[in-house]
Design a protein around this ligand. Structure first.
Ligand SMILES: NC(=O)C1=CN([C@@H]2O[C@H](COP(=O)(O)OP(=O)(O)OC[C@H]3O[C@@H](n4cnc5c(N)ncnc54)[C@H](OP(=O)(O)O)[C@@H]3O)[C@@H](O)[C@H]2O)C=CC1
Ligand SMILES: O=C(O)C1=NCCCC1
Ligand SMILES: [Mg+2]
Length: 813
């Protein structure tokens, strides 16, 4: 029987899993279907390998085994990998999910869960037997290939080591020659990298387009290993909103109340005891009544789990202390009443005097003290018969009116004109369910939502009621909502891009919003601000900056760029995250045992530069020396490219440009101090000036728009384009693209992923893969073209070969 997967059902299933919000990406490991998938990518149906349920023949078991070994499944047939925020890759118990998926999507309705469970055990048993047979045939005794034996302990140590140590294990010249060797051995056959995943990436993009890449498993027969790289990319890093406030468990069902007046009364002190202990020695006995217990206090307790003051009643009275007991034992104290209030609550007495400011989690403020207990008669024992029943009655508890007011209600306030979509946005990023309707002032009081992150942190966002022009004069909801803004640490201006509902152009909206806030309180201008343009799905084109501000275009309704927005809110941390983070998993070829798991970031930084160095070495003539190198960009790739390119060529000077001049200076000091780069490194404030008369230009930016123009460059210039890794991003303009002889590390990836190639209409103009260049040796690579361009996108095989080299260096250390 042939299992036929229905794509639309599969999509539905994957979307449903993704929509649980627990996973950012699911990779379905049809590992042995690389070729088939790329061929079938545009077709309606995907096919599972042929499996004869009645009699599993060797062929089908072998194909299953290949799936098993490729994706390293101890008990299952296919595994889902989930790459979470921060790029922690982990595995799900896949068999169950997979079979459930199959159950949902198989055309054959007669299959039920039990029969699938049976099928799974049967397959696993057969696959296990078969793999043992293979191992025996190949004279292997254990589960591991001898050279990797007993390496797992070291692997664990290695995984725990820091990036800097990884860097020490990578020497530019060694990595360059290793990768050149691997490229030379490829014989023109390159594992398709990204293409087979495109289908699944599309699903991911639809459900949350945060830009996740994953390289398919790459086999390197000569190295006896294969591997996978999982990479996440946070392109929203370009907007920063430093926020540190985090709160927890905000889901309060109560009405939103930010001010209350209530009466509080401490418990009265309990009366002292009047017991007398009789004895033969004393005529009247010995008084032994204990002191009365203290009355309980009424206290306020700052708690992250409370969102507003709506749970508070109008009055509280704490329990009284109890009567003192015999044998001088004090009476029980009255219990304190703890009133949980949100962090940032300010408490005043009835005269407006501030009693306290509850800023820290678990801080307490006594708002009505309980009375002291009265003295028990044992205190009066010396007074003889007359006073032996004397005692104190206990003090009354304090009683007062107090006012509690929330000062900080949210870290972030969403500010925008009515119907800009703030409530929809809050719904999209949190579990808050504010009313949404397209008439002004749907939101009459701020709704709060907790934006939750996988690291358990939360940021509280308030949907501030719609603002109208003249609000500072108390028009509309005027001051009542401007007061809320006062309490937010940061503001996000939400602009309306919908021609139908917008009051004025997005630029004017931003101007008016700012003006209203400024007129109400000039200090508002000091607040940290970000700008988002909502309803981007309704417009054809959108500028990404307005009045000098970066603007994040989103669609709250359709969930477009909502992940980016969530990250923007957390960008205090997000800016300290690298824009790319990755993990490389290295497996042993035959048994599929995991050899090691490596931090992919140093691998990415080094191998990409090594590949560029190989390309540059071949694409520039051997004799050429003392060239001028330009590096556009100043971060990881800029640093590694200077190191690797100088390892294969001598340059007269290296010109460095980046949007931010400080970054260039930092990059230069790092290269000089840490890597002793002796070639003059010269900062440039204009990319055009830097590129004029340059021989080699490297673009390593996160730009979405061209940073180099063909008109700037001299004939014969070699351009190494490393950024613009998405089909809609550019680093190079059309003139440059159309006048270049184009090469790529993988033609297939470049055609599918490079915005420069796709948008300039150059998909059919790519000459060949890097492995052909390496094999062919020196020739005229430019032909009739003005420039030579190498487009790098990165391939799994480069990661795997580099990971293998690092690992080998590590174990031989
Ligand atoms: N081909 C491949 O195999 C690989 C490609 N890459 C790509 O290389 C590029 C650099 O990577 P990496 O150094 O790790 O990235 P980082 O995020 O660390 O650095 C980004 C760099 O781009 C600059 N930049 C950001 N936005 C813009 C913009 N709008 N215009 C101009 N410059 C901008 C930044 O400098 P400043 O803030 O000063 O502007 C910074 O120097 C990325 O595009 C990445 O995707 C990465 C790994 C592998
Ligand atoms: O590591 C890779 O390969 C990358 N490719 C595209 C851009 C980001 C990193
Ligand atoms: Mg890549």
């Amino acid at each position: 029987m042939e299992w036929q997967l229905n794509i639309s059902k599969l999509n539905k299933f994957l979307s449903a899993v993704l929509n649980t919000g627990q996973f950012d990406i699911l990779k379905l490991g049809f590992a042995n279907l690389n070729e088939d998938l790329s061929e079938l990518a545009n077709e309606e149906q995907l096919y599972m390998p042929s499996i004869d349920l009645d009699e599993l023949n060797e062929m089908s078991v072998s194909s299953l085994l290949r799936i098993k070994t490729r994706v390293h499944l101890p008990t299952d047939i296919v595994r889902f990998y989930a790459s979470t925020e921060g790029s922690v890759a982990y595995r799900l118990s896949s068999g169950f999910i997979f079979l459930q998926a199959l159950y949902e999507i198989l055309e054959d309705d007669t299959l039920n869960r039990e029969s699938l469970n049976e099928l799974q055990s049967d397959l696993v048993r057969r696959v296990t037997n078969y793999s043992q047979e293979i191992l025996q045939k190949s004279n292997r005794t254990g589960g591991q290939v001898p050279e990797f034996k007993s390496s797992l302990e070291q692997t664990a140590i290695m995984c725990a080591e820091r990036n800097t140590d990884y860097e020490k294990l990578i020497k530019p010249k060694e990595l360059i020659s290793t990768l050149e060797g691997v490229l030379g051995s490829l014989d023109g056959k390159i594992t398709p990298d990204i293409q087979p995943l495109r289908h699944f990436m599309e699903i991911t993009r639809e459900t949350g387009p945060s830009g996740y890449f994953a390289s398919m498993p790459a086999h390197i027969p000569s190295l006896k290993c294969f591997g996978v790289k999982i990479l996440t990319l946070y392109p929203s890093k370009f907007i920063c909103l430093p926020i540190t406030i985090q709160m927890k468990n905000l889901a309060s069902k109560s009405k939103f109340v930010d001010w209350v007046r209530l009466s509080v009364t401490g418990g009265n002190g309990g009366p002292g005891g009047t017991m007398v202990q009789w004895s033969i020695d004393t005529k009247y006995g010995v008084p032994c009544g204990g002191d009365g217990g203290r009355g309980g206090d009424v206290r306020m307790l700052a708690s992250r789990s409370v969102s507003n003051l709506g749970e508070l009643k109008t009055g509280y009275k704490a329990p009284d202390g109890r009567l003192g007991k015999k044998n001088r034992i004090p009476g029980t104290h009255g219990e304190h009443i703890l009133l949980p209030v949100p962090l940032g609550t300010v408490v005043k007495d009835g005269y407006g005097n501030i009693m306290g400011d509850l800023l820290k989690e678990d801080s307490e403020l006594v708002v009505a003290r309980g009375g002291d207990g009265g003295m028990g008669n044992h205190n009066y024992s010396v007074l003889g018969k007359k006073y032996r029943f004397e005692r104190g009655l206990g003090d009354l508890g304090e009683n007062r009116w107090i006012e509690a007011e929330m000062k900080t209600i949210a870290a972030v306030g969403l500010v925008g004109f009515p119907n800009a979509g703030k409530s929809t946005l809050l719904r999209a990023i949190s579990r808050a369910r504010p009313k949404v309707a397209s008439y002004p002032f749907t939101t009459l009081r701020p709704y709060l939502g907790a934006v939750e992150y996988l690291d358990q942190s939360q940021i509280i966002v308030a949907d501030i009621p719609g603002l109208i022009q003249g609000a500072h004069l108390n028009k509309g909801l005027g001051h009542s909502f401007l007061r809320h803004i006062e309490r937010c640490t940061a503001l996000v201006y939400v602009l309306d891009l919908d021609q139908v509902t917008m009051k004025c152009s997005p630029g004017e909206q931003l101007m008016h919003l700012r003006e209203e806030l400024r007129l109400y309180q000039p200090e508002f201008m000091n607040k940290i601000v970000a700008v988002v343009a909502n309803k981007v799905d309704l417009v054809d084109e959108w500028e990404y900056s307005l009045e000098g501000e970066n603007v994040l275009a989103i669609s709250a309704e359709n969930g477009l760029y909502i992940d980016e927005f969530r990250i923007l809110l957390k960008s205090n941390e997000a800016t300290s995250y690298p824009s790319h983070s990755s993990t490389v998993l290295l497996y042993e070829n035959v048994t599929g045992q995991l050899i090691t798991q490596l931090d992919g970031d140093p691998i990415t930084n080094n191998r990409t530069a090594a590949i560029s160095a190989i390309a540059m070495k071949h694409l520039t003539s051997k004799e050429s020396n003392n060239l001028v190198l330009v590096v556009l960009g100043s971060s990881n790739q800029a640093k590694s490219h200077v190191r690797y390119l100088t390892a294969v060529k001598d340059f007269k000077e290296i010109r460095m440009w980046s949007r931010n001049a400080d970054n260039v200076n930092k990059c230069i000091s790092y290269l000089q101090q840490t890597h002793n780069i002796n070639t003059p490194l010269i900062p440039y404030s204009s990319a055009e000036e830097a590129c004029t008369d340059a021989d080699v230009i490297v673009t390593v930016t996160l730009s979405k728009d061209p940073v180099v123009k063909g008109s700037w460059l001299k004939q014969g210039a070699v351009i190494i384009c490393v950024g613009a890794c998405r089909p809609d991003w550019r680093e190079l303009d059309d003139e440059l693209m159309l006048n270049s002889a184009i090469y790529a590390d993988s033609v297939q990836s470049a055609k599918a992923e490079s915005g420069d190639i796709i948008l300039s209409g150059s998909t059919d103009r790519i000459e060949c893969d890097l492995c052909h260049i390496v094999k062919e040796g020196e020739r005229d690579w430019r032909g009739d073209n003005k420039f030579i361009l190498f487009k790098s996108l990165g391939m799994a095989i480069q990661d795997v070969a580099s990971a293998h080299l690092i690992y080998s260096n590590y174990i031989s250390k």
